[in-house]
Write a new protein. Structure first.
Length: 162
């Protein structure tokens, strides 16, 4: 119950009229200038819609010894990606891997993502750079494979821009 309350506390219920709630955990990178985040003026021509990210990485980080839940998380994540994103896997738009964070050869990837234990991370490469996000909600869906797969599929589709 306490975890749910902490997660719910991350939403800023904006009081401005016509303003939707905004997640306070959102990261905005303006590259040190105000130009990158400036709102375009009404007379400026609109840019073409972005076609989504260049690449998405879905990594299941784990250690040498995995409990049943950690193994299940990795299996469900892999099955979700292979089942629902086979075309993207084949073209390299999506990458999936199980990464043993205790192996020295994976140290740089662990640092890049900030992984500290068994976890599921999604990295997105887009026009503004690289963004990594740990998805902790998947742990709450391990008792229902269909719910897990449906949830993760939706998260990845959202990252793809669809």
């Amino acid at each position: 119950m306490l975890v749910l309350m902490a997660l719910a506390g991350c939403i800023d219920q904006s009081t401005e009229e016509n303003s939707p709630p905004v997640a306070s955990a959102a990261v905005v990178d303006c590259n040190g200038t105000t130009d990158a985040c400036a709102i375009p003026d009404a007379g400026a021509p609109e840019k073409a819609e972005a076609s989504g990210p260049e690449k998405i990485e879905v990594y299941h980080f784990h250690g040498n010894s995995q409990c049943y839940s950690c193994v299940t998380l990795g299996e469900y994540a892999e099955e979700t990606v292979k089942t629902h994103f086979a075309d993207e896997l084949e073209t390299g738009k999506i990458v999936f891997a199980h990464v043993n964070g205790e192996l020295p050869e994976n140290a740089e990837l662990v640092r890049k993502y900030g992984a500290t234990g068994s976890s599921l991370w999604i990295g997105v490469y887009d026009e503004s750079g690289f963004h990594a996000e740990q998805n902790t909600n998947v742990w709450y869906k391990l008792n229902n494979k269909n719910a897990f797969m449906g949830y993760l599929k939706g998260v990845i589709q959202e990252k793809l821009g669809g």
